[in-house]
Design a protein. Structure first.
Length: 196
């Protein structure tokens, strides 16, 4: 994250996202595929890292092999295979977008960090070594089991997260960069999906 100053002089927290250029690798139609969508590729890769099936797919579209492929629907413009889509084609300042990404993995965490439990509470009731423990997790002879959905310690992070209604502050078309207000999920350099 970084920050920029608005026209009013406010310091706005923001995130810089590289959004292209994306290449149209396939246009799906209702007549041929049963639904309408545009398949976009991002980030070129070498031919030696591409299998034969993918290579045929890219050669049919007349584009170089792409590392990431995603389908989008609801485009207002008409595209054909081989078209390049840049930041200024899709985004304008004052747009609002949703960003989908994979959150940072935090490993195996306890209930205090994972679910915000308070712990036993400042060494009261004679506790001397169980300050961050979950406490009781089940009933007695009935139902004599731990109920499904009990919040317990476990693997945290690494989930698909959507952050909605982020305002586009600035579009820099020469570098294919979009600056959005606020934070987005994932580590630096991770791949995210931007939806209008």
């Amino acid at each position: 994250m970084t920050s920029v100053f608005s026209v009013e002089g406010k310091n706005l927290p923001c995130t810089v996202i590289e959004v292209g250029p994306c290449v149209v690798t396939q246009v799906k139609t209702i007549e041929k595929d049963g639904y309408a969508a545009v398949q976009l590729g991002f980030e070129e890769k070498k031919e030696k890292h591409t299998n034969k099936a993918e290579m045929g797919h890219f050669k049919k579209a007349g584009v170089t092999p792409q590392r990431h492929l995603v389908e989008f629907s609801g485009f207002e413009q008409e595209f054909k295979a081989g078209d390049k889509i840049t930041a200024d084609n899709l985004f304008t300042e004052e747009d609002f977008v949703d960003v989908v990404g994979t959150s940072k993995g935090k490993g195996f965490q306890g209930v205090v960090k994972r679910h915000g439990f308070g712990g036993v509470g400042q060494q009261t009731h004679g506790q001397h070594n169980r300050l961050r423990s979950p406490g009781s997790i089940g009933a007695a002879s009935y139902p004599s089991k731990v109920v499904k959905g009990m919040r317990m310690a476990g693997r945290m992070g690494g989930d698909c997260v959507t952050v909605q209604n982020l305002q586009v502050i600035k579009v820099i078309p020469e570098n294919n960069i979009v600056v959005v207000k606020g934070s987005i999920p994932g580590a630096k350099g991770s791949i995210v999906l931007i939806e209008k």
